[in-house]
Design a protein around this ligand. Structure first.
Ligand code: PMV
Length: 349
């Protein structure tokens, strides 16, 4: 098939890792497997317009980039690099001129990484064009390849394509798991995790101190790397059991330990970084105190930054939100936080 011009539009959500991806090999192959909850409200919405180029046009990638409706030059090198990486899998890319029109539902400088949702949304759009050109493509293959392509944009983006709980990386006890793409967690998930809540406390909205590219690289020659990679496999095996039995105390132990281990890896690399802020620690201590006093199963996780994700089941959300408003918003920049919950993945609009 051929097509001259048209457009697609997809939304793709952010995701929050429970077992963290930190360290990679060549070609965006993760050094250890990871698993995440897909988010629902924090997402990127991307429209892709495409127009066949003249036969006489040069043989380069050709695209314009609009962010929130305005041209955005500083995002272009990242997209250019992404196109270079995926061209062998989408050989039509140089035949078209693209206009990529993208926006996020969360504030740009919130310290919430938009690379996962952004790269996933873009990968979905390119797959829609691929599907027009190859209409016989099966649905499963469509999503698998979309995740494969998203991984080449940003590793964690491969977990933002399809499913509520997504595993990425080869893990013996997860059938179908792969280093090349994310897979929807293939076993039953206890109803305790249904509608799980994630309230994101915006502690520091500044630019990231360390890009994730630099961070992953610091796991090369890291003194604790091998033990850490083995631990991620162990923690993922524990979570497989926890997803089935619904034991929230065990869930909390694995998830909080993973968050602190991610930061411990950064503190013990060379060069070393502390990405938590004083208010990050204030929040962690307040959560521990609240949990001890109330026995409410609320816990935290962290990304490679100072913001705190507060995770809890839907049935305690009134009490936890009250606690957040009473005791935690004082530690947030401009008292800002974002209420989110577990979602399902990318949607064609
Ligand atoms: O996808 P990247 O290369 O930006 O790495 C993301 C790394 C963490 O967010 C810290 C952990 C994860 O698994 O999402």
């Amino acid at each position: 098939s051929t097509i001259e011009n048209g457009n697609f539009e997809w939304s793709a959500p952010s995701n929050i890792a429970l077992v963290k991806y930190w360290g990679k090999k060549d070609n965006q192959i993760p050094a250890n497997p990871s698993v995440s909850f897909t988010l629902n409200n924090c997402k990127t919405i991307t429209k892709l317009r495409f127009e066949k180029k003249d036969a006489s046009a040069n043989n380069n990638f050709s695209f314009d980039l609009l962010f929130e409706g305005k041209p955005k030059e500083d995002f272009k090198p990242k997209i250019q690099k992404f196109l270079e990486r995926i061209e062998i899998y989408l050989p039509f890319l140089k035949d078209y001129h693209f206009t990529i029109d993208t926006q996020n539902t969360f504030p740009h400088s919130s310290g919430i990484a938009s690379s996962a949702s952004g790269m996933a949304a873009l990968a979905m759009n390119f797959m829609s064009l691929e599907k027009v050109l190859n209409p016989e493509m099966a649905e499963d293959y469509f999503y698998q390849k979309a995740s494969f392509l998203a991984r080449l944009g940003s590793g964690s983006a491969c977990r933002s394509v399809k499913g509520s709980v997504v595993a990425w990386g080869d893990q013996k006890n997860i059938e179908g798991s792969s280093d090349l793409y994310g897979v929807e967690f293939p076993y039953t998930i206890h109803e305790n995790f249904k509608n799980y809540q994630d309230t994101i406390l915006l502690v520091d909205k500044g630019e990231k101190q360390v890009s994730s590219t630099v961070g992953h690289d610091l796991m090369h020659n890291h003194p604790y790397a091998e033990r850490r990679f083995a631990q991620a496999h162990e923690n993922l095996d524990q979570l497989i059991a926890i997803f089935e039995n619904g034991n929230l105390d065990e869930f909390i132990k694995v998830v909080e330990s993973e968050a602190l281990t991610l930061h411990a890896m950064m503190m013990t690399s060379m060069p070393y970084f502390i990405l938590m802020k004083p208010n990050t620690l204030q929040i962690i201590n307040a959560i521990w105190k609240f949990r001890n006093e109330t026995q409410i199963p609320v816990c935290f996780t962290l990304d490679a930054g100072a913001n705190v994700h507060v995770l809890y089941p839907k049935n305690v959300s009134d009490k936890v939100l009250q606690f957040i408003q009473d005791e935690l918003v004082v530690f947030c920049q401009n008292r800002q936080y974002i209420c989110d919950q577990i979602g399902d993945g990318a949607i064609a609009l």
